[in-house]
Design a protein around this ligand. Structure first.
Ligand code: 10D
Ligand code: SF4
Length: 322
């Protein structure tokens, strides 16, 4: 029957797989993982890590296998054991407590997060109240808000929150942001802050990092062509969740997956072009695992779409260099 021919053709035609670049590990994640690995070599196992070093189970399990022990709070670290603070950063009191206990501690906070920490301190020293744009409860937000005394910083999550802020136009204010936010949402929130508080100071744009914005741009470049976009990342990974949102806002169905085995073959029904990317904490080996899995389900023609080149590398902490 002629009517069935297009369907047969659609099923046998290779699936066009568009892989976004940049994707996956950023310089801050590379550095954080290397800090744990070098700490294991230097001190021997076990090395304690406060919070998942980055939000990826595969990475965490790999380090556990080498002797890392992951805990949520410093009081779970026994006396005398070395401890690494995660890439997301910690409140000021954490290194203070570690020093008071005489622990060997290493800070794997991404230098771009540390830069926001220093800005927070400077703004408070200059007498300004900080409006911090971020997601409540995220470890980076807890870490940055914990750089300054309580009552000197207010969390702002939405444009609606801006409308409710009780400050006047004579109050000295500054804004700072989490590094892994949606570029578009943040631009709206910052515009609302500047409109309501003409006196506000802040970074030129916001503190969203190069890796976060590059990965969102790369998704924007392919999403319109895709029938489905898969994002490899964890449900607690802020930057990965933002990539799903970017695709969905462009009208493209998107799914967050941690591993290839989470792909439901039915998702590919009627899909001619599939997009694929990975959050900043997801290793490339998981991208290859997903490509291989898709190849088992359908013949695939693979293309990489590159929107930026990344060359960023961060230095390791001094204690690990000698
Ligand atoms: O949740 P998230 O995007 O902040 O963290 P993740 O570990 O997924 O990626 C690395 C980003 C960091 C450490 C925050 F800058
Ligand atoms: Fe640093 Fe950005 Fe990577 Fe976060 S996502 S670790 S801020 S480079």
């Amino acid at each position: 029957m002629n009517a069935s021919l297009p369907d047969v053709a659609a099923q046998t035609a290779p699936l066009r797989l568009l892989i976004a670049a940049p994707r996956g590990f950023c310089a801050g994640v590379d550095r954080a993982i290397e800090i744990v690995e070098r700490a294991l070599q230097r001190f021997g196992a076990p090395v304690y890590v406060r919070h998942e070093i980055v939000h990826n189970r595969f990475v965490v399990d790999g380090l556990k296998a080498k002797g890392a022990i992951f805990v949520e709070e410093l009081d779970q670290v026994p006396d005398g054991a070395p401890v690494v603070f995660s890439a997301h950063g910690v409140p000021k009191v954490v290194p203070q407590d570690a020093t008071a206990r005489g622990l060997d501690w290493l800070d794997a906070t991404c230098p771009l997060v540390s830069k926001v920490h220093r800005q927070a301190e400077r703004q408070v020293e200059a007498g300004r109240h900080i409006l911090f744009v971020g997601h409540k409860g995220h470890p980076e937000v807890i870490g940055t808000m914990g750089q300054v005394p309580e009552g000197t910083i207010t969390l702002v999550e939405t444009v609606n929150d801006v409308a409710k802020l009780p400050f006047g136009t004579d109050k000295p204010l500054a804004f700072l942001t989490q590094t892994t936010l949606s570029v578009d949402d943040t631009a709206e929130i910052v515009a609302a802050l500047r409109a309501k508080f003409p006196q506000i100071t802040g970074p030129k744009a916001e503190d969203i990092c190069y890796a976060t914005s590059n990965r969102q741009e790369a998704v924007k470049a392919i999403a319109a062509e895709c029938d489905l976009l898969l994002v490899i990342g964890a449900p607690n990974s802020s930057n990965s969740l933002r990539l799903v949102e970017v695709a969905e806002r462009m009208g493209t169905r998107s799914r967050l997956i941690q591993r290839a085995n989470e792909i439901d073959p039915e998702w590919l029904d009627g899909v001619n072009t599939l997009g694929l990317t990975a959050g900043a904490s997801a290793p490339e080996v998981l991208v290859r695992e997903v490509v291989a899995k898709i190849g088992e389900l359908r013949p695939v023609s693979e293309e990489t779409v590159t929107t930026a080149e990344e060359k960023m590398v961060f230095k390791l902490p001094r204690q690990l260099l000698d």
